[in-house]
Write a protein that binds this ligand. Structure first.
Ligand code: ADP
Ligand code: GN1
Ligand code: MG
Length: 374
């Protein structure tokens, strides 16, 4: 949680939304790499009430109105399901958009930036790294449930909010282009990381190839299943709500599971500098497999289940090359808080890839055992 003051005029932005009471304060919130997020407190007849405001990153999301239409459809669909199932309280189990005074789901400010507001989900939090297998299990079960809830989302197809988001070949090509241009003269400083990445080109087409052959189905997926995009209940530890819905769009279920493995099996933060500490944890992987199969096992096909080990390596590699590319390009995409920040992040991803490679056999046995038990 950052203590720096808000950069934006939150009282004015908040005044655009259907929130009653008196504006008290706003503070930057969370550790996301993309949007600007604020916790905003209103006094409502003597009681403080928090709201979560976000300014969408305009460089990353080129069609913010389309993105917000996706988010509105997805949250309304899940809400209807939860209401039908008698879930209590529904507003902790799905994000709730607060409408603007004009009845829209977002507000475009004078500079053209898009803002949205969610009810703040209290007594729950996200984790930048996982401490216990129970947390990994609950998070994976919540993400699997999220995919399952969206399996019957009515047409039309959701918009691709970032085209080719998980097209690993495109990401690899982007790295090669950045390397060829080397616009900031940073390639020499990350030589070993570049070599690591280039040697792994043979894996980049595996999932896309299976999809092209009709073996992996397109589903509605989250596409950013890092562990801090799910809120766990403070009291029960249950995965209560999946958040950060900007990249919910058609995709492969394995991209989601791979991202859970990338973040939950790593014992450190994503930007750890002591690489000796970065090693995948098999007990966390087992918890993820069991949690995910608990909610998603009923709809995943055998080819998807056969690739639960491989996808961890592929997605971690993909995100590693995105960090490395952004470092070479001068930090244009991911927020950075120190020089070389995204290079450090890339190195952690590559160390995790290396660890997944070395533990492949043990991971395979974990999946086999979970499938036999299920
Ligand atoms: P980013 O796209 O920048 O990662 P997120 O949507 O993930 O932004 O939000 C950043 C952080 O804010 C999350 O990790 C989470 O801790 C917190 N957060 C987001 N939405 C809510 C909410 N509705 N209630 C409580 N906390 C939230
Ligand atoms: C970004 O938005 P956030 O911080 O949850 C990124 C993901 C990366 C992740 C790496 C829209 O996620 O794709 O995997 O950082 N989101 C977008 O931590 O690019
Ligand atoms: Mg996030």
């Amino acid at each position: 949680m950052s203590a720096s003051p808000p950069q934006h005029d939150l009282p004015s932005v908040a005044g655009q939304f259907q929130i009653y009471g008196d504006f008290c304060e706003a503070a930057p919130y969370g550790s996301g790499h993309i949007n600007d997020t604020y916790a905003v407190v209103f006094n409502q007849s003597g009681r403080p009430m928090r709201y979560l405001f976000q300014r969408l990153n305009a460089r990353v999301f080129q069609d913010p109105a389309g993105l917000m239409d996706n988010v509105a459809r997805v949250t309304a669909h899940i809400r209807r399901q939860l209401e039908a199932a008698g879930a209590d309280p529904v507003s902790r189990r799905v994000l709730t958009l607060v409408p603007t005074r004009a009845g829209q789901c977002f507000y475009a400010d004078a500079e053209g930036h898009h803002w949205r507001c969610y009810l703040f989900i209290e007594q729950a939090r996200s984790y930048d790294w996982v401490e216990t297998p129970r947390q990994a299990f609950e998070a994976a079960r919540a993400f699997g449930r999220f995919q399952q809830q969206l399996a019957d989302l009515p047409a039309p197809r959701l918009r691709d909010t970032i085209p080719n988001f998980h097209h690993t070949r495109s990401r690899f090509d982007a790295l090669c282009r950045a390397l060829a241009r080397d616009p900031c003269n940073r390639a020499a400083g990350v030589k070993a990381d570049i070599e690591f990445a280039l040697r792994r080109e043979p894996i980049v087409d595996v999932l896309a190839g299976l999809h092209a052959r009709g073996l992996l189905p397109e589903r509605v997926t989250h596409n950013d299943c890092k562990l801090n995009n799910v809120l766990l209940d403070d009291a029960t530890g249950e995965g209560v709500c999946v958040i950060d819905l900007d990249t919910v769009m058609p995709g492969l279920a394995l991209y989601d599971f791979g991202d859970m493995c990338r973040t939950a099996t790593c014992p450190t933060a994503e930007d750890e500098r002591d690489l000796a500490r970065v090693e995948m944890r098999l007990d966390m992987f087992a918890a993820l497999v069991n949690g995910y199969l608990d909610s998603a096992g009923g709809f995943l096909n055998p080819v998807e289940k056969d690739h639960l080990v491989f996808c961890a390596r592929l997605i971690t590699f993909e995100i590693g090359i995105r960090f490395l590319t952004d470092h070479l390009e001068g930090d244009r995409y991911f927020k950075v808080h120190r020089p070389g920040h995204s290079a450090d992040r890339a190195r952690v991803q590559f160390k995790m890839v290396d660890s997944f490679e070395r533990h492949e056999e043990a991971m395979r046995k974990v999946v086999e055992a979970a499938r036999r038990a299920g």
